[in-house]
Write a protein that binds this ligand. Structure first.
Ligand SMILES: NC(=O)c1ccc[n+]([C@@H]2O[C@H](COP(=O)([O-])OP(=O)(O)OC[C@H]3O[C@@H](n4cnc5c(N)ncnc54)[C@H](O)[C@@H]3O)[C@@H](O)[C@H]2O)c1
Length: 410
């Protein structure tokens, strides 16, 4: 018996490796031939899974593009993307094609679990009808559940094993099946009564972050106008031992989750005659942040008697968060676009992102800091920001990572 994983990205690959490390046989399916070939050769495109870790379990994982290989699997975990369309509406395309392919292979007594983040009702309202095209009944002939993924790329203090995993099955028996399977790789599995509770719990987690980041971003804009140090304010508030959770301002939200997932719920809420104001407002504030940062860049250059046009601006860190190379929805990309529109000569350094193909840029060395302004957009721990503050003519720090230096350039 084996565990099948559909979609081998940031979520699916760590899951596949974890099950293999726990002694399971794993079949990993992805529609991307290139990815399957890369993984089969022992090369991991996901930073959280170093090549050595993947290579150590290659004997237990079969990577393939053929969903039919999953027919004999004991359980199939679906980790395909759930993006937005151009009109910012849920795009269930990858999920639908995965479910349609699974309808052709699902067999009696199999367990299928959806892990992709999505609006409440997806498992019951979308997965069930598509999977039942097989002629088998969900919850009777095969088990079906939703279990949201909580992977946080770059995080090392919590792992798949030590992060509690929420599971909601179509029936209590479906939940028990999923709890047993996840119990092999997670120390603590949390049962909830329905897939809808599990689906909404994941969105609550992401919306909680999005709204709190927006709140602190809005206060950062105000504090800037009032000439108050927002970081000192947050440090002070964070000394309260209860009733306050720290969030830090930044150049905007990136990654696959926070800029996307809340809008799955906002879209669904409209069906219930409700406009989810917090979600929309948080999205609006967070989307504005790159423009605010552009304003700060203009002011920093102005202080140096320089116009934006033809100024040499070096962005430090272009991925959406520290320590990872993921550039999806990264606010740095928007800042590059705004700078170029104003005629700036843009370059960047990022140890995790060797090139930005769409912007025709390659990461430059930090040996030569012959620029007008350095902007710390994402503060990677591997970059010596202190040395840069010492050498650069001017530094604008959008993350507050160098404020302890008290340098005049900032
Ligand atoms: N990245 C994160 O940190 C994170 C965290 C929690 C939850 N999630 C959620 O998990 C889901 C997957 O996200 P991800 O970041 O792993 O995406 P990803 O883009 O890194 O990986 C998805 C993989 O699925 C493959 N795929 C697409 N359609 C397929 C299909 N029909 N059949 C088989 N494979 C298919 C793609 O080729 C890709 O390799 C999303 O719903 C996301 O919101 C992501």
């Amino acid at each position: 018996m084996s565990i099948g994983i559909v979609g081998l990205g940031y979520v699916g690959l760590p899951l596949a490796v974890s099950f293999a490390e726990a002694g399971e046989q794993v079949i990993g399916v992805d529609v991307d031939h290139g990815r399957v070939a890369e993984l089969t050769s022992g090369h991991s495109p996901i930073e959280d899974i170093p090549d050595e870790r993947l290579q150590a379990v290659l004997g237990s994982i079969q990577f393939t593009t053929r969903t039919v290989e999953l027919h004999e699997a004991e359980a199939i975990l679906v980790c395909v993307p759930t993006p937005l369309t151009r009109n910012r509406e849920p795009d269930l395309g990858p999920l639908q094609s995965a479910a349609q392919a699974l309808a052709g292979v699902v067999r009696r007594d199999q367990l299928i679990v959806l892990e992709s983040t999505t609006f409440p009702g997806t498992t019951r309202g979308h997965m069930v009808p598509m999977l039942e095209e097989s002629g088998l009944r969900a919850g009777e002939d095969f088990a079906l559940a939703f279990s949201p993924e909580r992977v946080d790329p770059g995080r090392t203090d919590y792992t798949l094993r030590t992060t509690p995993k929420v599971v909601g099955g179509l029936t209590p028996a479906c939940t028990e099946r999923a709890v047993e399977v996840y119990g092999r790789v997670c120390d603590h599995v949390v049962k909830v009564s329905t897939p809808e509770v599990a689906e909404l719990s994941k969105l609550l987690e992401n919306i909680f972050r999005s709204v709190n980041i927006a709140l602190v971003n809005e206060l950062a804009i105000l504090a800037d106008r009032m000439d108050i140090d927002i970081w000192e304010v947050i440090d002070a508030a964070a000394t309260k031992p209860y009733g306050f959770t720290r969030f830090d301002p930044g150049p905007g939200m990136g990654g696959h989750c926070l800029p996307v997932d809340p809008f799955y719920l906002a879209w669904k809420a409209r069906e219930y005659d409700l406009s989810t104001e917090f979600i929309e407002l948080a999205g609006k504030v967070n989307q504005y942040m790159p423009y605010f940062c552009m304003d700060k860049i203009e002011r920093a250059l102005n202080d140096a008697h320089k116009p934006v046009r033809d100024s040499r601006v070096l962005l430090l860190g272009v991925s959406y968060k520290a320590g990872v190379g993921d550039i999806r929805e990264s606010p740095a990309l928007k800042i590059i676009q705004l700078l170029r529109k104003s005629g700036a000569d843009v370059r960047y350094h990022d140890p995790h992102v060797p090139e930005l193909v769409e912007h025709d840029l390659r990461s430059v060395s930090l040996d030569d800091l012959d620029v007008d302004l350095v902007v710390i957009v994402t503060a990677h721990p591997s970059v010596d920001h202190e040395a840069i503050v010492e050498r650069a003519p001017a530094v604008l720090d959008l993350r507050g990572s160098t404020r302890h230096l008290g340098a005049t350039q900032l």
